[in-house]
Design a protein. Sequence first.
Length: 309
Amino acid sequence: MTSLVVIALLPIVLLIAFGKGLRHSGFLTPAFWPQAERLSFYILLPALFIHSLATARLDALPVGKLALTLILSILVVAAVLVLLRPAFALDGPAFTSVFQGAIRFNNYVGVTLAAGVYGAEGIALAAICNATIVPTVNILSVAVFARHGQARLTALGVVRHIVTNPLVAGSLIGVALQASGWGLPVGLEPALKSLGAAALPLGLLCVGAALEFGGARRWIGPILTSSIVKFAVMPAVTVAAGLGFGLSGPALTTALMFQALPTATSSYITARQLGGDAPLMAGIIAVQTVLALAAIPLALLAISSFIAI
């Protein structure tokens, strides 16, 4: 299993590195990357979620157990972070960045990795993970910003930020189409499939283009704290929760992989918009993206020594 994950990570590494190279080569203008990220976030990735969830054979997958595993593990880790916040000796905005780095995940890396390891089943499992994790981490993150960020949010602002998230909307539409039994119209299905296929390579190029390591050294403590929680605590809690709910096989492995992913590059935008520590968030994103290349296989290797995955 670990070898399959390493093989699946190779194209991800190459595309991220290629994106960073393109950004610094000057081949594309700097204005291209924000627009490409906007296209991926608002159109391509939601299209992937809608298609995957609407067409997946969810009756053969442990949807309930997988969703409960992911939600419980995120809630446990989030609660621990909030309770230990005084021990971190960080101001409010810096804590929001550590919090996002510990619980949020990079959708592009996760879907590509699951598809590389399990094929069509992996895409369906990844869609369930996204439909579960995206609303959960967005609700928790916005709540933490409302309490600790510089820009105080009203209850209406929190709700609006969650409801207008395109990834949440795409997941809900896909689930609704699946539950209704309507599926996708004949002409729309291949169009959404093509848009979704474009989301992964373009998204990974954007991840590479967004990496900035310049200020990472200034925040070694917070970056290490966030990364330890992300790559060690979160996977361990996820496996414990999964075993408690009777989860096993590809579903448990996919849950573990998703919970060991580096934090989302969109976390920087969220930090900037909602009064977090955006420079610290950029450092966490950059370091975690690199660490994940070793952390994900190591997490799977460590867990596989105790249980069969």
